[in-house]
Structure formats: C-alpha cells, structure tokens
Design a protein around this ligand. Structure first.
Ligand code: ARG
Length: 562
C-alpha cells in the first residue's frame, strides 16, 4: 500500500461513506511545505454535502482518525494534515520487499489474459533499422511490464516477408545477381540490388512491370519465384537472429506477412459479404469517409493483395488463436493512418474487439540532428553499432575496474543495456538523437549509471555479509525517506507504465531511485557498526532488489560487479 492509499482509506473509514474512495483519492494533495505534513485533505467539498463549515469538518475528521501509520493527524483551517509515521511505513515497505524479493509489486490485473504484442517486424532483404530496434525494445519492455501485472504477453514478429519489393528483388537478382556474393553478405548484397533496381526503374519503367510480374508469379506459387523468395528470407533471418541474440530478445511467433497468404481470400469474402467492398479505378477498396480516413486499399487492379489486407487477416487470426484482451502494435508514428484504417475496417466488419487494438507509436531517431535515410546513406547499421557500444563499455570497465572477472559478459550487459535504456527512457512518442557516447556514459541519466548504482549496493552488501532478516526502523533520515517513498511507489509506477504503454515511466523511476540511493550513500555511513546497521543494509538491499527488477522490466541486465 502506498502513502496515498493509507490516507484515503483512513479518510474513507472516518467519513462513513460520505464520499467514494476514488473521490477522496482525487482530493488528496501534497502540502506546500513539510511543516504541513506529508499529505493533506481539503474539506471544502464535504462542506457542501454536510452543510457545515470546512474548518469544523476538518477538526471532526482529525479527531476520528485512529489508524496506525500516522505520527499525527491535525486540522489546519479547512485542511486535514497527515504526518506519516515514517518508521512504520519504512518497516512495512522494506520488510515486504526483502520477503518478496523480485515478486514485489507483482499484480493480478490481467487475470492471465493474453496480450498480443506486434513488435520488431523488420523487412526481409532490407537492413534492420533503428525504427525496428525501437519497436523491438519497446515491445519487449511492454511484454515484461504486462506480465508483471498479471497478463500473458505474446511477442509476435510480423516479418515483412511479402510484397512487391520481392518482385523488385527477384528482377534485380535475375539481371545482376551474384549467388556467391549473396551467400557471403546477404543483407548488403540484397540491399545493393534493391537500391539499384529502384534507381534504374526511374528511367526504365519496364523494370517496374517486370517486378510486378514476378510478384504476381510469387503470389501464384511459381516455383522459381518461390525458391528465390525462400532463399532471400532464410538468409535475412540468419542476420536478424544474430541481432536478436545480442539483444536477448525472443519471440513467441514469427508469423510474418507471408503466413497470411492462404488467409486472404476469407478476409476478402468477409468484406464482400458485409457489402463493404467498392470498385475504384479498377482497385478494390473499403470506403472510410465516415471515419474521416482515406479509403483502405484491399486489392490492386492486378489482383495483388496489400499490406492492410494482410493486417486484417493477421488481426482476425490473432483474435481466434489467442483470444487477446488487448492487441498492441509497436510501430512508428508514420503508420498512424494505417492503424486507424485497420481499426476502422475491423469495426465496420462488426468485430467489437477492434476497440482492444492499440497502435503504440513512437518517434523518429535522428543522427546529428538529421533524419536517417537509406537512400541518402545516413543509416545506422545496427550490428556494428551494438558491437561498438560493447567495446566502449569494455574500455570504461578497463579504466575503472581492470581486475573485474567476466569482463566480456559485463561489457555486453552494459553496452546493450545502454542502448536499450537510452531508447526506453525517452517518452516513446518523442524521437531522440542517436549518440553512442552519451548512451554508454556512466554519468547522467543512463543505463550504466543505474547499473553502477546496483553494483555499488551489491558490493556494500557483500562487504557486510548481509543476510536478510526482519528489521525495525527507529529513525529515518531525510535521504532514507526519499528512498522509502520511491520503493513504496514501485507498484503504481509499473501499473501506470502499463496503462500508458510507456516504459519510460519505469526508466525514469529507476534513475530517480539510483540518484536517491547515491545521495543516501554520500551522506550516510551505511557500514558504521551501530544499532541502525541492519536496517540500513535492509534498505540498501531493498533498493537493489527494486533497481534490478525495474531494469529487468526494461530488458536490461544487472551485473553484480562492474
Ligand atoms: N514491416 C513493417 C515496416 O517495417 C512493420 C510491420 C508492423 N506490423 C504490422 N502488423 N503492420 O514498416
């Protein structure tokens, strides 16, 4: 229970139902100065209901409250001021954490219902972009967060493994491809072919026609086309898998766009039966004017199916397979229109679960303030970038702690953690500038900073040979009280992050907790041998447990030493 709940429950009991619990919670304020206590309740609203002066009501309430957990409860004018019994709060929070360990703040909001999370979803035969990295780490964090509040997350990698680009690619390969080169460096070679055909097609439109033909052949199951497609797909997946391994991310399903090939007819039929399909310039569309949206293009004039048609099939398939309570799509903000259309078409089809679909969008990453662009050569190659982050972490470790064992493993945890943490601490709808040096720095609001605070606590605990036991606080200095309040708020923090699909809430929380601990460490002699020693160690231990769990939710590991 957090401090606000403590106060609102006490008030609720004292008020005999004059106000609902939620109403009380909304009214509770933080007083301007600590002389007025930790929390305050204004009696103005009650005055209207009870037809009494708020000053009188405040006095009556203050007298009635007997709950433990408060040092005192006093009326000041029209306000009731609550002074928490800090020792009692600390006892309950710290002992609870040391007992529950990483299960602290687990919740059962979800009742084990499924949440599908469409995440990562890179395109075959193209490089894994920073946008796909964002989708991967945000999606993975949301999966962990939803699991913590009692849902069953299902991580789905909706691979971009179908579409007209394969017609382009096959055409290019037939014209200029070199089998051995593709085997050696699949993504590089395929990208070269793709870039070349796009450039040449601008002058020679017949290349476009050829590409369209190849894609149609592919859709009709032509053997040669299928064999090439399969090969490109497998080679790409090997490269992607290396990146996922480095990031430590796994999927429950890698059903990509191609998986829905045999499920498209049914979608078109369903749309047809509902009378939703219209012809427009030879193409088949669903009109979405009443939603103020552009029409959804279901089939092209040559019969080729489209991105949204596949997403319709995928959404229906996911509902049938997982009966999800929520279906999240972690995809960049540039696809907002697409997901609005998807939801609108599903709504028109009469699926009431369309409301459970949520586009979790995110902002663009820049470098040196400039937009990234494959065509202009301003790209960030993910794999070498991860390796460089690990290198940088290693050289910092070598400078700070050259005798550390398992240096390579720790450097990997710090380097990858740094990239993930930096991404996740950003409000997801904002973008950020990609700056590896800043990400891997041990100072500032970074992953390594939080990891370092954790490692420092673990080293203190090792030194003291700490064994958890029930503790009793007898005094709480201000620096400790800051930590206790944060620890107490972990549960609501996790819930808020889930409700807003916003891992940054947890990342910012972890930074605050690490900062609060470092302040405590700077002012308090934790290891001093006196009566408070075991309580101080218990506080430190509880902090390490919650720091580690917060980072785990973000997909960031915590070395014991660094
Ligand atoms: N492959 C797409 C892209 O890179 C993202 C797919 C997102 N998921 C989806 N179900 N549409 O742009």
């Amino acid at each position: 229970m957090n401090e606000k709940n403590l106060v609102s429950l006490a008030l609720f009991n004292a008020l005999d139902g004059a106000l609902e619990l939620e109403q009380i919670e909304k009214l509770i304020e933080k007083p301007k100065t600590s002389e007025l206590g930790d929390l305050a309740f204004p009696a103005f609203q009650l005055a209207k209901i009870m037809h009494k002066a708020p000053q009188i009501i405040a006095v009556e309430i203050a007298e009635k409250i007997v709950t433990t957990g408060f040092e005192k409860v006093v009326a000041t004018g029209p306000y009731v001021n609550f002074f928490l019994d800090k020792n009692a709060v600390a006892n309950s929070v710290i002992n609870e954490i040391n007992e529950k360990q990483n299960y602290y703040a687990d919740q059962n909001v979800g009742n084990a219902a499924n949440v599908t999370i469409d995440m990562s979803s890179p395109n075959i035969a193209k490089p894994f972009s920073i946008g796909h990295l964002r989708s991967t780490v945000i999606g993975d964090a949301l999966a962990n967060i939803y699991q913590k509040i009692g849902y069953n997350p299902i991580r789905i990698n909706h691979l971009g493994d179908w579409g007209k680009q394969f017609g382009m690619l096959i055409t290019a390969y037939k014209l200029w491809g070199d089998e051995e080169a593709v085997r050696q460096h699949p993504i590089d070679e395929l990208l070269k072919l793709y870039v070349r055909i796009n450039a040449e097609a601008e002058e020679k439109p017949e290349l476009d026609d050829e590409a369209r033909d190849w894609f149609l052949k592919l859709e009709r199951g032509d053997e040669e086309a299928l064999a090439l497609w399969k090969w490109f797909r497998e080679e790409s997946l090997v490269e992607f898998k290396r990146i996922y391994d480095k990031l430590g991310v796994n999927f429950d399903s890698t059903n990509g766009e191609a998986f829905y090939n045999d499920k498209m007819d049914e979608v078109v039929e369903l749309l047809e039966n509902k009378g939703l399909l219209k012809e427009s310039q030879g193409a088949t569309i669903v009109d979405l004017e009443k939603y103020d949206l552009n029409p959804a293009l279901i089939k092209k004039s040559d019969g080729a199916t489209l991105y949204i048609t596949r997403d319709l099939a995928a959404a229906i398939y996911r509902k049938r397979t997982y009966d999800f309570a929520k279906s999240l799509y972690v995809v960049g903000g540039e696809q907002t229109g697409h997901f609005k259309q998807l939801k609108a078409v599903l709504t028109e089809m009469g699926f009431d679960w369309a409301k459970d679909i949520e586009h979790v969008s995110f902002g663009l990453v820049t470098r040196d303030g400039k937009k990234l662009s494959t065509r202009k050569g301003n790209i960030i190659r993910l794999e070498p970038t991860i390796d460089e982050a690990v290198e940088r972490a290693l050289s910092q470790i070598n400078a700070k702690n050259p005798d550390l064992t398992n240096k390579e493993i720790v450097a990997h945890q710090v380097g990858t953690g740094a990239i993930k943490f930096y991404d996740l601490k950003t409000d997801r709808t904002n973008g950020y500038d990609f700056n590896l040096e800043e990400m891997v720095s041990f100072e500032g609001e970074t992953g390594p900073y939080v990891q370092y605070a954790y490692a420092r606590i673990r080293s203190i605990l090792r030194k003291a040979d700490f064994k958890p036991s029930e503790v009793e606080f007898t005094e709480i200095p201000a620096e400790a009280w800051e930590i206790v309040k944060l620890l107490q708020n972990f549960s609501t923090t996790v819930k808020r992050a889930a409700d807003k699909y916003e891992p940054s809430i947890i990342a910012k929380y972890a930074i605050s907790l690490a900062q609060a601990f470092n302040k405590y460490y700077a002012h308090i002699r934790i290891l001093e041998k006196n009566d408070g020693l075991q309580s101080r160690l218990a506080l430190a231990n509880a902090t390490s447990v919650v720091l580690k769990e917060a980072l785990r939710l973000l997909g960031v590991e915590c070395p014991e030493e660094m």
